[in-house]
Each structure stands twice: as structure tokens, then as C-alpha cells.
Design a protein around this ligand. Structure first.
Ligand code: SF4
Length: 226
């Protein structure tokens, strides 16, 4: 799976000039096991922005990268981005890889870090987080939340490595992060079209711009229609 690799490079470049801290996967934060509601009066901070996964077969070692303040240091509401770079085994079957991408997409709906309420919708890459005062008092940080999330991704044996970027830096380019999230969705949508379509007419196809840009897309559609 290499269709998202150039986007991974783009995203890595986006934040390379900002100070960042990287951690190995550590002790996971407690999983509340179910959806929680954190009331406004119990809220330490709210983070609002973009969250998405980039799937690859490149080797990725488990870890967490924090660009900007960690949870205990955030005193106000912030713009935010969460980008998970997920290594899957090279299955060599695009249909199976595509199904795997969809499964990976749903991991975030089954992860409930205690005192860290994540909200997002399945049709959008918008992601918002509310962090409770109690969780901050108990030492919640991105490393422990990320470690829990990595464990959830890796419940699927086809997931081999995960690096999660948490971005809260005031100077980060969140607009560009959102654009990358949109491009990620477009590539996934094009893959879906290729998997399900028997029509092959690039001149009239509204996905042509993506196929012209992402190496291997057209070849994949040719392969499936021959
Ligand atoms: S290969 Fe051509 S027909 Fe297939 S999705 Fe891409 S542009 Fe459309």
C-alpha cells in the first residue's frame, strides 16, 4: 500500500520546523470502556481540529510525537490535529488493503481514554477533544493516550506499527493539515471507486485529478478491468 506515501511525506514536512518531542509507546492511559460525557464545568481544555489516519506499508515504529504543548500545559482551548501513520502488512491484494483501511478508520470509535472525550463523525475528518480536570490532575498526557490508541490499532494483527502525531502548537499550519485530510479522503474515495467500478473512461471520470497525481492508481484500475 503506497497510495498515501507522498501525503505522509507532505505531512512530515508540514511540521518539521516546529519543536517536537518523540516518545516510544509507553504505559497506556486507562480505557473507560465506553463513551463518556464531560460537562463544561469539569473541562480543563478543549481541542478542536482535524484527525485522520494515513496508511502505508513502509516500516513505522510504534511511538508518539507531540508538536506543541502537552495536555498538562494547555490552559486554554486550542486548535489541534491528530495524525496516525499506520503501517499495515503488505497484503498485495488491493481489495483487502482497502477493507483494512476502512477497519482502521473505525478504531477511534472504540477507544475511550478516561477523561479524554473524542468526538468525530464517520463522514468527516473533523475531530474535537474535551479533556477533564480530573484527568489532568491524574497526569494524562499525549504519550499515554497515544499508547492506548496504538494498542487499539494493533488489536488488528495486520497492523504492524503506528506513529501518532498530536499537534497543538499555535504556529502549526492547521489549514494545511485539513487540506491533507481532504486529500487523504479523496484518495480513499478513488480507491473505493476503482474497487467497485467496471467503467473505465478517464476522460469523463471526476477522479482523474487524483489518478493523475497518485502513482499506481490508473494501473490498478486497468488491472481490475482487464
Ligand atoms: S483510472 Fe481513470 S476511470 Fe479509474 S478512477 Fe482513475 S480517472 Fe477514473
Amino acid at each position: 500500500m503506497k497510495f498515501f506515501d507522498s501525503l505522509i511525506d507532505t505531512v512530515s514536512d508540514l511540521f518539521s520546523s516546529l519543536e517536537q518531542k518523540s516518545f516510544d509507546k509507553g504505559e497506556p492511559w486507562k480505557d473507560a470502556g465506553t463513551n463518556q460525557v464531560i460537562m463544561r464545568r469539569d473541562t480543563a481544555c478543549e481541542l478542536e481540529g482535524t484527525g485522520f489516519n494515513l496508511v502505508t506499508s513502509r516500516e513505522i515504529s510504534d511511538g508518539i510525537t507531540v508538536i506543541g504543548d502537552d495536555l498538562g500545559d494547555i490552559k486554554d482551548n486550542r486548535s489541534f490535529a491528530r495524525i496516525s501513520i499506520v503501517q499495515i502488512e503488505d497484503i498485495g491484494d488491493e481489495q483487502k488493503s482497502y477493507n483494512l483501511i476502512k477497519k482502521i478508520e473505525y478504531v477511534k470509535y472504540h477507544c475511550f481514554p478516561d477523561g479524554f472525550m473524542m468526538r468525530s463523525t464517520s463522514r468527516s475528518h473533523k475531530e474535537a477533544v474535551r479533556v477533564s480536570k480530573t484527568a489532568v490532575k491524574n497526569g494524562i498526557d499525549f504519550r499515554s493516550v497515544g499508547s492506548l490508541l496504538i494498542n487499539k490499532y494493533k488489536e488488528n494483527p495486520a497492523v504492524k506499527g503506528v506513529r501518532i502525531l498530536f499537534i497543538t502548537h499555535p504556529l502549526a499550519n492547521y489549514e494545511a493539515a485539513e487540506k491533507a485530510a481532504c486529500r487523504n479522503s479523496e484518495i480513499a474515495e478513488t480507491l473505493n471507486h476503482i474497487m467497485n467500478s467496471i467503467n473505465f473512461d478517464c476522460d469523463t471520470c471526476n477522479l482523474k485529478a487524483i489518478c493523475d497525481e497518485v502513482e499506481g492508481m490508473k494501473e490498478l484500475h486497468f488491472k481490475r478491468t482487464n
